[in-house]
Design a protein around this ligand. Structure first.
Ligand code: IPE
Ligand code: IPE
Ligand code: MG
Length: 235
C-alpha cells in the first residue's frame, strides 16, 4: 500500500542533456518532455494524487538562447492542442502559476484558455509553473501585504496562514513530496515556502526518462519516510 500523498511537485530537469546524448537539439528534449507531462499526469491521477505541480519555466530560464526560449514559449500551444480534450474528458483542472503577463501574448492566451476551459473540473489539479520563481513570488506577496496594511485592508498581526493567501499557490495545500529528475540536488528557486515540510527525492533519470514506474518507485520511497513535522514518532 502506498502512503497517501496529496500534493507532488516535480522539477522536470534534464531535457537538454537527454537530447544531447541522442545527438539531437535541446528543443527535441523539450518536446519529448512535454509529452511526458501527459504520461505522468495520468499516472499521478491513477495513484490518487490530487495536486501535481510541475516546474516548466523559471524566472531564471530567460537567460537561455533566444531560440530555446521561443521554442519553450510555443510548446503550450502544441501540448494543449494534442491533449486538452483528453484532459477535459479525464476531469483534470489546469492551473498555471507564475507571472503570465511577461509571456508572449499568444502563449498567455493558450494558458488562460486551458485554465478557463477546465475551471469547473474536480479531478487532478495539474499545475504548471511558467515564468515562476519562488523568491519573486514571496516578494510580490510581501509588497501586496504592505499595500493592504497601508490601505487598512490588513492588520499587522499576519500569521503563516494569512501570508499564504498572498502566494500564487494560495488555492493549493502544502507540497508533500518534491521530486527532481536528472541527478541535480538543488531547489532552483522552486516553491520555497510550500516545501517547508515536503519530503525530497532526487532521481538520476532525466525528465524524458521519468516513467510511471520510476514515479511509482518515488511513491514507494515516500511511503517509507517517517514524517514527524517536528514532533516525535509514537513508539
Ligand atoms: C528542464 O530541462 C526544462 C527547463 C528548464 C525548461 P533542462 O532544459 O534544464 O535540461 P538540462 O538540465 O539542460 O539537461
Ligand atoms: C529548473 O531547472 C527549472 C525548471 C525545471 C523549469 P534548471 O535547469 O533551470 O535549473 P538549474 O539552472 O540547473 O539550477
Ligand atoms: Mg536543467
Amino acid at each position: 500500500m502506498l502512503k497517501e500523498c496529496n500534493h507532488v511537485a516535480i522539477i522536470m530537469d534534464g531535457n537538454g542533456r537527454w537530447a544531447k546524448a541522442q545527438g539531437k537539439p535541446r528543443t527535441a528534449g523539450h518536446l519529448v518532455g512535454a509529452d511526458n507531462v501527459r504520461t505522468i499526469a495520468i499516472a499521478a491521477s491513477e495513484m490518487g494524487i490530487k495536486y501535481l505541480t510541475l516546474y516548466a519555466f523559471s524566472t531564471e530560464n530567460w537567460k537561455r538562447s533566444q531560440d530555446e526560449v521561443s521554442y519553450i514559449m510555443k510548446l503550450p500551444a502544441i501540448f494543449f492542442k494534442k491533449y486538452m480534450q483528453e484532459f477535459l474528458d479525464r476531469g483534470y483542472r489546469m492551473n498555471i502559476i507564475g507571472e503570465l503577463d511577461m509571456l508572449p501574448k499568444a502563449t498567455q492566451k493558450v494558458l488562460n484558455d486551458a485554465m478557463e476551459e477546465s475551471k469547473n473540473n474536480t479531478g487532478l489539479n495539474l499545475n504548471i509553473c511558467m515564468n515562476y520563481g519562488s523568491q519573486r513570488e514571496i516578494l510580490l506577496a510581501a509588497r501586496q501585504y504592505a499595500k493592504d496594511v497601508r490601505d487598512g485592508k490588513a492588520d499587522l498581526d499576519l500569521d503563516e496562514e494569512g501570508f499564504e493567501k498572498y502566494l500564487m499557490t494560495k488555492d493549493f495545500p502544502p507540497v508533500d513530496l518534491l521530486i527532481r529528475t536528472s541527478g541535480e540536488e538543488r531547489i532552483s528557486n522552486y516553491l520555497l515556502w510550500q516545501i517547508a515540510y515536503a519530503e525530497l527525492e532526487f532521481v538520476q533519470e532525466s525528465w524524458p526518462e521519468f516513467t510511471p514506474e520510476v514515479f511509482h518507485r518515488c511513491l514507494e520511497e515516500y511511503t517509507k519516510r517517517d514524517r514527524r513535522f517536528g514532533g516525535v514518532t509514537n513508539e
